[in-house]
Design a protein around this ligand. Structure first.
Ligand code: BEZ
Length: 239
């Protein structure tokens, strides 16, 4: 069957390793071209169900407060919901002027928030999941690398606020894996041992197990080594 003239699917999920689907959009910070405009930076594209809702408000306050940490890791933030621009502007102003929550107040959201009333981008990124809601995007997170490649995908339901420490950990772990050609074990944080070599190269692990390299081999397929926190952070974080 020749699908070359078929319309774009109403629902697609960009997968890990795919190029992030490209789009132009209007945001609270002007027009953006995604992902081209972010070439050379990591970027998190995330959706929220609706402006003026409580879970989303707690998330935006948290993400905006953490933005300097993400910037230090060369990672930009881009939000999206299927609300319009004036709703976004009014909601972000309300957050800044009126909401005080968990020690956060006067929170200014400086990253772009996409208006997507046509749901075009939301559909392109699998953010509309009708079993959960046909009118609101789910809480999606796409971590895109400096070459515009999708590196991690997360989806959360409407009722569940995201863990932004985990999203930060994902960015740092991906950057560490790229910079040091290692993999990161369960619950890894900078300073913890890392896995070497990366998954799929067990032959190398066996060789290393027999060598005098400074590694701990738990078995032929599972070797770890030290990678100190300072080395990781010095390599990854901007001064
Ligand atoms: C919230 O952010 O609180 C929310 C949004 C949509 C549905 C349910 C909760």
């Amino acid at each position: 069957m020749d699908n070359s003239s078929a319309a774009a699917p109403a629902f697609a999920i960009p997968r890990i390793g795919d190029k992030a689907p490209a789009f132009k959009a209007v945001t609270t910070q002007g027009e953006i071209r995604f992902p081209d405009q972010y070439a050379g930076s990591w970027v998190i594209l995330f959706s929220h169900p609706a402006d003026f809702t409580p879970v989303c408000t707690s998330e935006f306050m948290t993400f905006a407060t953490l933005q300097p940490k993400f910037e230090e890791a060369n990672c930009k933030l881009v939000g999206l919901s299927v609300d319009g621009l004036y709703s976004h502007i009014a909601w972000l102003r309300t957050i800044k002027e009126k909401i005080s929550y968990k020690g956060m107040k006067d929170v200014e959201v400086n990253f772009p928030l996409i208006e997507d009333i046509t749901m075009e981008v939301a559909k392109m990124y699998g953010m509309m999941q009708p079993g959960e809601s046909s009118t609101k995007a789910v809480r999606a997170v796409f971590v895109v690398d400096p070459k515009g490649v999708v590196r991690t995908v997360l989806y959360y339901p409407l009722s569940l606020g995201r863990n932004f420490d985990e999203i930060y950990r994902i960015v740092i772990a991906l950057q560490t894996a790229d910079a040091f050609s290692i993999a990161t074990p369960a619950d890894w944080r900078p300073g913890d041992d890392v896995i070497v070599p990366t998954a799929g190269s067990c032959g190398v692990a066996k060789e290393r197990m027999e060598s005098k390299d400074e590694m701990t081999c738990h078995d032929w397929f599972f070797c770890t080594k030290k990678l100190d926190k300072e080395t990781v952070l010095k390599t990854i974080l901007k001064k």
